[in-house]
Design a protein around this ligand. Structure first.
Ligand SMILES: [Zn+2]
Length: 377
């Protein structure tokens, strides 16, 4: 089952790639394919939200909104941009005809642009074309969210609905008007989306419905495992403040990717150089000062050589020598990138467990208890 995830031009590239990486962690028949929508052939109209209540309410039929800057809470009244459902679906149709996409493939437009019914996402009558709204999640989750999780949740639940329902009208009657924490909750009040995703569940009635439809078991398994990952991430993030407990880490496979086990197995997207540096420090709980890094040149080089991939031996050597040179900026640039990526993944409160820190001129180290670290081949 091919699912083309179409990045709308305004959607941040890193957010987009992270969503795909996250979805691909769960194996099964669904294949997620990357695609870019060059330009949108429709011009979003300005929309004025006089108050928050309207912003939080879906319009009957099938909500939203947005400020492209998600860093701070939204303030009302608010003006954002949106398109009609038809215009949004048309981007999928255009993409299909330009690229000759087989009819049975699914095309999902991921976009920061809102829609005229103010929904989180929707699918057309063919049940093969969709859009998912990628902005404003921090508003609904009160900032306590890694946006790739709700986006991924929307993607998989629309795919499940597509397999489950013959026609759109059919689907409508199965929607739960009152939220019970099932993927079929209608959530007219969009704030109720939190309940739906924290539970990330399928109620007994819907399970029975899935059972009767005789869906492919490995398709259902892939969807359920993705939902479980999303739930554990959301819940772990919410509870961090009271648990004050960092997530376990798995250093996975030949490429030594770093996964946060308790955050829904979220992969921290360090590039090979950043990852080699992080892994070196992980091997040395006692800490290493910047000038001492040279003494660990062989060790970090061995890690880097394994995971870097394409470069020549000579290029790899140059990269590492440059990184370890205390007179160059490269080391501080990489340390701050590692910090930023962990901050995005675990939030401010847990960051001190994972970043490489230490006073200027002193030893730097990673605080995380090494009992929480597992290496998996
Ligand atoms: Zn249900």
């Amino acid at each position: 089952m091919n699912v083309h995830l179409l990045r709308s031009p305004e959607l941040n590239v890193d957010t987009y790639r992270d969503v795909i990486l996250m979805l691909r962690q769960f194996p099964g028949p669904i294949r997620y394919l990357e695609s870019e929508l060059g330009i949108m052939d429709a011009k979003p109209k300005e929309h004025f939200w006089e108050n928050e209540k309207k912003f939080n309410t879906k319009e009957q039929v099938m909500q939203v909104s947005l400020n492209l800057n998600e860093k701070r809470p939204l303030e009302f009244p608010l003006t954002d941009h949106r398109l009609s459902w038809i215009d949004l679906f048309r981007q999928c149709y255009n993409y299909r005809s330009q690229r000759n996409i087989p009819t049975e493939d699914h095309v999902i437009l991921l976009t920061d642009i809102g829609n005229d019914k103010n929904w989180f996402g929707a699918m057309d009558d063919s049940r093969k074309n969709y859009f998912v709204h990628t902005a404003n999640w921090k508003h609904f989750f009160k900032n306590e969210v890694d946006v790739r999780f709700p986006i991924a949740y929307e993607v998989i639940t629309w795919l499940l609905r597509s397999e489950l329902f013959g026609e759109k009208s059919d689907m409508q009657q199965y929607l739960h008007q009152k939220s019970i924490g099932c993927f079929m909750d209608y959530c007219e009040n969009k704030m109720e989306i939190i309940l739906k995703m924290r539970t990330a569940d399928i109620c007994l009635d819907c399970l029975e419905h899935i059972n009767q439809k005789d869906l492919q078991p490995n398709f259902v398994t892939q969807i359920l495992e993705t939902m479980d990952g999303i739930r554990s991430n959301l819940i772990f993030r919410e509870r961090v403040r009271i648990m004050r407990k960092p997530s376990r880490i798995v250093v996975d496979g030949f490429m030594k990717q770093i996964h946060l086990v308790d955050f829904g197995n979220l992969c921290v997207r360090l590039n090979p150089k950043e990852r080699a540096l992080f892994l070196l420090y992980l091997n040395h709980p006692e800490g290493i000062s910047i000038p001492e890094l040279f003494e660990h040149g062989q060790e970090i080089f061995a890690i880097y050589r394994q995971i870097s991939g394409r470069e020549s031996e000579e290029e790899m050597r140059r990269t590492i020598l440059n990184l370890l040179n205390p007179l160059e900026d490269d080391i501080s640039i990489n340390l701050s990138r590692i910090r930023r990526k962990f901050k995005d993944a675990v939030g401010e409160e847990l960051l001190p467990f994972y970043d490489i820190r230490g006073e200027h001129g002193e030893k730097k180290y990673i605080k995380l208890d090494r009992e929480l670290v597992t290496y998996k081949n």
